[in-house]
Design a binder for this molecule. Sequence first.
Ligand code: GSH
Length: 210
Amino acid sequence: MKLYTFDPAPNPQRLKLFMEYKAISIDTHQVDFQGQEQRSDEYLAIIPTGTVPALVLDNGDILTSVVAMTHYLEALYPERPLLGSTPEEKAAVLDWNHRLFTEVFRAVADVFRNTSPGFEGRALPGTQNYAQIPELAERGAHQLQHAFGVLNGELSERDFLAGSTFSMADIDLLALLHFAGWSIKTKPYDSLEHLLAWQQRAQAALEQSN
Ligand SMILES: N[C@@H](CCC(=O)N[C@@H](CS)C(=O)NCC(=O)O)C(=O)O
């Protein structure tokens, strides 16, 4: 098995935290984002999506989404489960994964990629060149603030996102807050006390892995 990744990027970060918590190590190649290695002919010959992370399995199959990689790895390494134990927990973790990825990560990425000079003409990851659209950045900023409020409400009712147990849903949200902090300098307002208290709790649970 071989992992192609670039640890500081947000989706690689989700996978990195998952692997650290479960003490999984895999032969890894850190892709040179600075040098645009992910768009090179050599990289595209191995990973046609031109994205990271990507996991090449021993049978040659390639996984290009964190959700698939975590499901595969959890099946191989069931200790310290992060994807839920009961049918309800498993469904809740997947539900949060989908909501956070399609709505909230997307909102932060819309702001970041449609405003940063470094992403001019590359507003979406992958092999195609897309122009920046300033209105998407504006929409993303609103969407993110709305999502923070919704999350604050949800977290007033339970300790962790998917219930009483720390899970991949919490890792996804921790990675998302980190991403929003460095990329678009946005963090939840102090008034969102349940979200901020959860952040402390989830960070402590994550660090128990070390
Ligand atoms: N669908 C992928 C997301 C892959 C993705 O968007 N990766 C970004 C880094 S966070 C990327 O490869 N960007 C390359 C680029 O912008 O050229 C997943 O679920 O992990």
